[in-house]
Design a binder for this molecule. Sequence first.
Ligand code: ADP
Length: 459
Amino acid sequence: MSRVIAVSNRVARPRGGSKSAGGLAVGVLAALKEHGGLWFGWNGRTVRGEPGDVTLEEDGRISYATIDLNEQAYELYYNGFSNTSLWPICHYLLGFFRYERREFDAYRRVNALFARKLLPLLQPDDLIWVHDYHLIPLASELRRAGARQPIGFYLHVPFPDIEVLRVLPVYRELLRSLCAYDVVGFQTPRDLRCFKEAIAERDIGGLERADRRNTRPAAPMHADAFPIGIDVDDCQALAMESGEQDNVRRMVRHLHGRQLLIGVDRLDYSKGLPDRFRAFARLLENYPAIRNHVSYLQIAPATRSGVRAYAEIRQELEQLAGKINGEFADIDWVPIRYLNRAFDRPTLMAFFREASVGLVTPLRDGMNLVAKEFIAAQDETDPGVLVLSQLAGAAEELTEAVLVNPYDVDGVADGVHRALSMPREERVERHASMLATLRRNDITAWRSRFVDALLAARQ
Ligand code: ADP
């Protein structure tokens, strides 16, 4: 059986203590679990000079091959081009966008370094699966270095509309790099449409054909939507088994019978947290009878601390939470509990199960796995209600959620109020329909479809 070689910017070791590695790590691990394979990427350490040799570690059927990165290269490639140019563009948040040519140069150099270090580890019948926006040029670099294996790329974030993409000075170069892959996968049909429209531009298509002649006269590139799913049974089992854990019982005790609203996100400006806090305040303003009957728990561990916008949003949220609690709290009630830390999966799933409302209101999101996990973790006979942003990829599948526009503070407040007062029968019906959707397209289906597409590319 072919090995799957997963490549991502960061390798999240299961025993590395990283509790909040995000949706990408969940997906990559799932991709490797069944077949076994190799996960290649950065180890999280930076060094002053040249990065050293690849470190290899085994853990069951999965091998981990990791490298250091030079301190300055990391700053320019990761904090710079990846997270200050590409991330805002992909999330349609142009106010956060900035471009520096030297950051793009470093991005290309780090991709070339990844290719050089990965190449000696490859075997002829491997399937290479590259993950996310940090590594778009990797296939062209690998081909240039002589790799002949099928190479696929999966974009975990949204693919923006061409008119937004055009803001990026080097967008054509990135589109051409994408065309060097055998398989290119997106979260939703909408992302796929945007990609197809972008590469339909005459000059991109022409260069694509020329590039392909130079590098690999193989079958045409296959582009498709592969919406990422979750392990439904695992989430369900964790949610049911973990209810008696000490931290879950403590959380429930402090509710004193109030209805729980929960949000779980990385602390990222794309997650719409300030607007979500404002919508919660608007809920308390517009529906005063609800005061002292609900408790909002927001879990949001800090990420990407090297990017200024992330430090700023952290400050903004602390101020907002303080202001809202100052305005509405009572001697026996704190409206918002805002925790800047990660929790393990069992605890999160049990928290979800206790909640009456799951708040998932990103300003834009590739998929949003939290939305799916929230549904899977519910008690099917008395489920909570998902309030979901129309601008998350998950909204294309979870159409029975209460769908809201995350920018519309009053609209989100109304949506939450509707969720809180929804009759049980309606909750059960909506939940059953969404659970069936999650089962039809779970994490196994996602991985199998992508690996099959890579195998087909080899033939
Ligand atoms: P993103 O990949 O942008 O972070 P997703 O919602 O797609 O967003 O995936 C987030 C993943 O990380 C989910 O599996 C979620 O359970 C997990 N996660 C998010 N926040 C936390 C946290 N505070 N503690 C632990 N895990 C978290």
